[in-house]
Design a protein around this ligand. Structure first.
Ligand SMILES: NC(=O)c1ccc[n+]([C@@H]2O[C@H](COP(=O)([O-])OP(=O)(O)OC[C@H]3O[C@@H](n4cnc5c(N)ncnc54)[C@H](OP(=O)(O)O)[C@@H]3O)[C@@H](O)[C@H]2O)c1
Length: 316
């Protein structure tokens, strides 16, 4: 904690999975928590859990990361209440199993809209203030060092933008074209910013978790994942990696080391035949669950609007 009060974190997509677990763990350390998500009831439930866990202040911000004016108004509220953020954990994401037989641009737009443009929207909102606060911090440090040039290397006090990407973006994996390509874009976006902003006091971190229990992985076939972690364990590893200011936080060892340092650099003539075997042995016909997932969220969002209207009309 510093003179501004308890640390302030934003976590997008906190109604379930990793986002929810990160929110509760940071709440239990006394952080001020801003959480976002589209499912209002779930968001309020997580807000209650975080308050019980110890968050001194909590903002539950309902809406989609894909909507520019929603994100702008969410950040305006954070700024008004807390003056800015220490960490922005851009976690909201969707996964789209996308077989070549079912290839549609709609799948890609849907996936990129959340996984990439949702991250862009929040970076656009938070980065100017983070850079300004990093400049102020650097001035303060320079004063303390007697006027010498301030050091803005990664440090515990620097503001952080951490984007949750995925090892799936390290290569093009079969039946994951939209997810793999959206996460490759997120990792490259974060790397570009990290390099450009080096030494300017805002730490940009890429997080690439292996399989972690969540609503996304609940839909995967049993036996199709290796070394699956409990959600709380995944969240704790993400927080630890951010605290250490690792450029790329990836886990668990040895899964992500194997993928990052052995599979990723493989030449295509080895990678293609090897990885294509991953899909060949499947006997059951492939079912595209992405459409079902989209419908599930649309129905849930519409149900909430109807309930709100009913509630309002009963009060009139
Ligand atoms: N679990 C894994 O094994 C794993 C591995 C690598 C990377 N990841 C990444 O980790 C992140 C978290 O996923 P998870 O595994 O914890 O899955 P999850 O339980 O499905 O959580 C996804 C969260 O994102 C939110 N979300 C989705 N679309 C949104 C939108 N348009 N606006 C705002 N919120 C949105 C969902 O909330 P609402 O539906 O309420 O909006 C939900 O809270 C994702 O970026 C995922 O790609 C996960």
């Amino acid at each position: 904690m510093d003179s501004r009060g308890p640390n302030r974190v934003l976590i997008t997509g906190a109604t379930s999975g990793l986002g929810r677990a990160i929110a509760i763990q940071l709440a239990s350390r006394g952080w001020r928590i801003a959480i976002t998500g589209r499912r209002e009831t779930r968001l309020h439930e997580v807000a209650e859990e975080a308050k019980t866990a110890g968050a001194p202040d909590l903002l539950a911000l309902i809406g989609s990361v894909t909507d520019h004016s929603t994100v702008a108004s969410h950040y305006a509220l954070i700024r008004e209440q807390w003056g800015g953020l220490d960490w922005a954990i851009l976690n909201a994401g969707v996964a789209d199993s996308c077989a070549a037989e079912n290839f549609t641009t709609t799948n890609f737009r849907w996936t990129f809209d959340t996984n990439l443009f949702g991250v862009c929207e929040w970076i656009e909102a938070v980065l100017p203030d983070m850079l300004a606060s990093a400049r102020a911090l650097a001035k303060e440090r320079a004063k303390q060092q007697g006027g010498s040039r301030a050091d803005a290397s990664p440090g515990a006090a620097n503001p952080v933008i951490a984007g949750i990407s995925s090892p799936a973006g390290w290569r093009g994996f079969p039946r994951m074209a939209s997810y793999s390509s959206s996460k490759a874009a997120v990792s490259t976006l974060l790397e570009s910013l990290r390099v450009e902003l080096r030494g300017r006091g805002v730490d940009i971190i890429t997080v690439c978790p292996g399989w972690v229990k969540s609503e996304i992985t609940d839909r995967n076939a049993p036996g199709s994942m290796w070394m699956v972690l409990e959600t709380d364990d995944g969240a704790a590893r993400i927080i630890r990696g951010i605290e250490k200011r690792n450029r790329v936080v990836h886990f668990p060892f040895p899964l992500t080391h194997f993928l990052r340092y052995l599979v990723r650099p493989l030449p295509g003539w080895i990678f293609d035949p090897l990885v294509s075997r991953l899909v060949r042995p499947k006997k059951a016909p492939y079912v595209d669950e992405s459409a079902a997932d989209r419908i599930r969220h649309d129905v849930e969002a519409k149900r909430q609007v109807v309930e709100k209207l009913k509630d309002e009309s009963s009060r009139v």
